[in-house]
Design a protein around this ligand. Structure first.
Ligand code: AMP
Ligand code: GLY
Length: 413
């Protein structure tokens, strides 16, 4: 049996590990309390010491830091790009330069590193105003607003280095794109690519897409409204030229490339690339591709990706976030409704929980320990069933100050 090591500690890694365990032996490093409770092996040792046939790297930070290169140099098969490919996510300024070279449609932009330059650029722009930190900021470095004053204040704050440290000392100011967003995950083996079911993420904290941007408050897949022609259009205009440009630059990209797309009236435009599975998108995609996932990700790592069959059914994930998320999440709130295995105390068909920010207190009870606490995934033959299950599961869990969106996949099912 293939021995897979999953690197990371969130709900994305929990979902990947759970799905991989269907067809492989799995160890998660470092994992979290909920992953361990779910009967999946966790280890504090680095991936290189875990004797893996395949390492799947969940988060962007180790990819940007070159973990995949290190492991490959030691002869380990890895699903995840090297540091050269990971720069697509690691630096927004690099991304924009790359997209221009590749001819991929995306928002116009300017890179600035002084408040004066930021203000001049914003004065020349029209709402919505978009202000981004250049470096990694865990999905929280982006402001999209119709208020010029708010945009200026945000740019000053970011440039001061107070909020994001060095990652914020350079900003990208972008044209605001308007349209529907979707998450297009593509598996790349260095040569070929295969597009997974398109997912939708709910980035804003509140119902109706109000409130601050978060890491993601829910997701569903597949997005039925996107027909095959739209997906093919994204592959032609965005994915294929990106892979061609990567190859031209000598980058052997083996891993997941997640294109955050905006479907504008002028056609699909790329908002950003992530060099890994989305979180919470992985919590819907992993269940849909569970069967044979180890082989599939193994074929990405080995450079022998074949056709990927379209999955049956649908999945919906509702994220339960801590009080105070995203600004200042509160830890230590006891979580009601969980059994000793960290799953629903009273199990429901087609519902699985993935732990993000949980830990166990000295008495063994699960308590909150992070911004996004739990992802509740419902699966079913269709979106309506998956959605009903996800919300029924989520309704059985509570903790003080729990924040959840009621409208994930609403109207889509
Ligand atoms: P990012 O971290 O670059 O994905 O940005 C986070 C979120 O901000 C995206 O998912 C979009 O909802 C929004 N966003 C980013 N860039 C733009 C843009 N140029 N126009 C409109 N919305 C954007
Ligand atoms: N769901 C957005 C992300 O993972 O970046």
């Amino acid at each position: 049996m293939t021995r897979c090591v999953v690197v990371g500690a969130g709900a994305r890694e929990h979902a990947l590990a759970w799905a991989l365990a269907d067809s492989a032996e799995v160890v998660v490093t470092p994992g979290n309390a909920g992953i361990a409770a779910h009967g999946l092996a966790v280890s504090d040792r680095p991936a290189a010491e875990l004797d893996a046939d395949l390492v799947v790297i969940g988060p962007e930070a180790p990819l940007v830091a070159g973990l995949a290169d290190e492991l490959r140099a030691a002869g380990v098969a890895v699903c995840g790009p090297g540091a050269d490919g990971a720069r697509l996510e690691g630096s927004k300024a690099h991304l924009k330069e790359f997209l221009a070279a590749a001819g991929v449609p995306s928002a116009d932009y300017a890179t600035v590193d002084t408040p004066e330059a930021a203000e001049a650029r914003l004065r020349a722009a029209r709402p919505p105003y978009v202000v981004k930190t250049d470096g990694l900021a865990a999905g929280k470095g982006v402001l999209v607003t119709d208020s010029f004053e708010e945009a200026i204040a945000d740019a000053r704050e970011k440039l001061s280095g107070r909020a994001f440290g060095e990652a914020g000392r350079r900003l990208v100011i972008e044209e605001g794109l308007v349209g529907e967003e979707c998450s297009v995950h593509v598996l790349c083996d260095g040569e070929r690519f295969a597009t997974l079911a398109v997912a939708q993420d709910y980035k804003r904290l509140g119902e109706g897409d109000r409130g601050p941007n978060t890491g993601g408050m829910g997701a569903y897949a597949p997005v039925g409204r996107l027909d095959a022609a739209t997906v093919a259009g994204i592959e032609d205009a965005v994915v294929a030229p990106t892979l061609a440009e990567l190859r031209r630059r000598g980058v052997d990209y083996r891993g997941v490339l997640y294109a955050g797309m905006m479907l504008t009236v002028d056609g699909p435009k790329l908002i950003e690339y992530n060099v890994r599975f989305g979180d919470p998108e992985a919590e819907v995609l992993a269940p849909l591709y569970r069967e044979g996932l180890a082989d599939l990700l193994g074929s990405v790592a080995a450079g022998r990706l074949g056709p990927v069959p379209r999955p049956a059914g649908a999945a919906v994930t509702v994220v339960l976030a801590a009080a105070g998320y995203p600004e200042g999440p509160r830890s230590g709130d006891p979580i009601e409704g969980l059994g000793d295995d960290g799953q629903l105390a009273e199990p429901l068909e087609g519902v699985v929980l993935f732990h993000a920010g949980t830990t166990r207190d000295p008495s063994g009870r699960f308590v909150t320990a992070g911004g996004r606490v739990l992802a509740v995934t419902g699966t079913g033959g269709d979106l309506a069933t998956a959605r009903a299950r996800a919300y029924e599961g989520a309704a059985r869990i509570d903790f003080d100050g729990c924040q959840r969106r009621p409208d994930v996949a609403r109207g889509a099912a």
